[in-house]
Design a protein around this ligand. Sequence first.
Ligand code: ZN
Length: 388
Amino acid sequence: MSEFSYSVQLAQKLIRCPSVTPEEAGTLDLLENELKQIGFICTRLLFGEGKERVDNLYAEFGKGPSHFAFAGHVDVVPVGRLADWRFSPFQAEIKDEILYGRGSADMKSGIAAFISAIRQWQQSTNSKTKISLIITGDEEAEAINGTSKIVEWMRNNSIYPDMCVVAEPTSQNEIGDNIRNGRRGSLSGHLIVTGIQGHVAYPHLAQNPTSALMQMLSIVSSTELDEGNSHFGPSTAEVTGLSTSTNVTNVIPATASAMFNIRFNTEHSKEALQKRLSEHFRQIANEYKVQFEINWKSNAAPFVTEAGQLTELLSESIKSQTGRIPELSTIGGTSDARFITQLCPVAEFGLVGKTMHQIDENVSINDIDILTNIYKDLLHRFDKKNDY
Ligand SMILES: [Zn+2]
């Protein structure tokens, strides 16, 4: 018998599957097996073709009509430089009450915690609540054949939970200090400006595209695109790459290009942003007599879940188990909650995420047990609200 709780042991088993995105590496079989033992009906959902193919799992227990969902991803980011790890990334070693391994924080322990919470809840209730689990193997990479397609499948099958918690590691310093109730959107641009190549000593015979490019980028490198709103800080934009067609000191280049990324709040749609920036680029291109081309890519729209039943229940559960009153925030990168928002109110809450994606990623095993208790308490509160 291991001295560790079911949650911690399940987290260890998951970490031992090297599911670097988009590989599921046995994680879904493992979960399916655990879930079938506690009465879940499991549906594997394979989306995409060939190399892009991704395995996902939808699991359901109970009849409802009230319906609570948990969501999570089993894929992890690559380990990076293996030699830098003090603990082997897929061994799930525990030292001084800390569990080490890739995915320990982001977010295999979160999945283990909600499954363990459901097991304990089942044993202590006659509730009719339906529980569904949305588990994907494609969150860390392109997120094309993961939650977005599961959500589409759920809509086609008229499966609409009342609310959903995503077990991302949202806590900042201590478990329970932070709930994520929204995320910014992301828009990337690749801008290519074409002038006329020439000798640097004879600039009147050339048209330098870099001068125009620098002017064009002023809007993405120094302007706050808005003042923020009650849920979000101002949208931010950063230049992420610059290059020219020559890279020598005696030739005015023919082309100069830049890449940038904008993290935008609910004050904008990606269409409106694209229009605004394209107009700015066009104006400067005319002024400098150069040509330009812009390619856009956006894989995330911003979303926000207004404070309400879900955030209240979650906050009460967190307070009852930790004494902390969580802050609602919308900081951080994109997450799968942006897709689930099409089904029902969604919030993200989980372990301390300080070490996610880092070397020697880790979480406190005590926190895993606390998180399990929070999720269990949340299910009971949800039942109470629904009179079970
Ligand atoms: Zn994650």
